[in-house]
Design a binder for this molecule. Structure first.
Ligand code: HEM
Length: 242
């Protein structure tokens, strides 16, 4: 565990105290909770936006155009999202290293730890999701992978998001690769949301089971929504525009 140990020799300035707080165990957990909940809100907003695929190509492409038309504001949002993501990952790695340092020898009896599969694999599922985001950006944002599915709009004006999504997810290997990552997202979110509640102090015998169920439900809705998108073309729920 990281601890906040003030230096008895050097008096601490406001800046060094603030810095020490964010690097302490409690500060790092707070940072994980804040960045984690912001990333969760992004994933929910992204899913709600993407679900417009079921309302047809005009609706989804209109939404994508509305975002693109935000211009510099979109870049502010993208850079903020990137900063939040980097902070979340870097803090997770730092916390995990500090925990290992505090307990270099693992518990002799693993079953004594009341940890679920999701909680024990947070770093692994998180780093796998990082790999997913890189792949996903190369796929839908830059067209650097599965380039044949990167469809430009007829008459200019960027890429045709509807055509791209339908063309990609009509191919089983791509759809199933996305689905596999959504399973990881489910585990990561279901434990992450519970941790968030604990960090903000909602930790009571009466509420804990309810928080667990709610976290499970929210994680299932988000991952399930994304899985529905990935399966939609193969199930014939959305079709390529002739
Ligand atoms: C099946 C589910 C998903 C679909 C169909 C989907 C679709 C898309 C599309 C089409 C874009 C490009 C939009 C554009 O350039 O106009 C995009 C961007 C992006 N997606 Fe997804 N996405 C899915 C799941 C996810 C998940 C689970 C995450 C995060 C864990 C994510 C993170 C991002 C990010 C960070 C961007 C870049 C946003 C930007 O730069 O504006 N996506 N997605």
């Amino acid at each position: 565990m990281l601890t906040l140990t003030p230096d008895p020799v050097r008096p601490q300035t406001y800046m060094s105290r603030t810095h020490a707080f964010w690097r302490s165990s409690i500060g790092s957990k707070t940072l994980m909770a804040i960045t984690g909940v912001l990333l969760f809100l992004f994933v929910v907003a992204h899913l709600v936006g993407n679900l417009q695929i079921f309302a047809g190509p005009e609706k989804l492409n209109g939404y994508a155009k509305m975002l693109a038309d935000l211009g510099p504001l979109l870049w502010v949002a993208r850079l903020s999202l990137l900063a939040i993501f980097v902070l979340h990952v870097a803090t997770a790695i730092r916390l995990s290293r500090a925990n290992k340092k505090a307990r270099p020898v693992p518990y002799a009896r693993e079953e004594t730890i009341q940890a679920t599969f999701a909680s024990r694999s947070m770093l692994l599922s998180g780093l796998s999701l990082l790999a997913f985001v890189v792949y996903h950006l190369m796929h839908f944002t830059f067209g650097a992978v599965h380039g044949d599915d990167y469809v430009l709009k007829q008459g200019g004006g960027g890429h045709d998001v509807y055509a791209m999504v339908v063309a990609s997810f009509s191919q089983a290997p791509i759809a199933f690769a996305y689905i596999a990552f959504q399973v990881l997202l489910f585990f990561h979110l279901s434990h992450g949301l519970q941790s968030f509640a604990q960090t903000i102090g909602v930790n009571h015998a009466r509420y804990t089971p309810k928080i667990k169920s709610l976290s499970f439900l929210l994680a299932a809705l988000v991952a399930g929504g994304n899985i529905l998108l990935a399966l939609a073309p193969m199930l014939g729920l959305v079709k390529a525009v002739a």
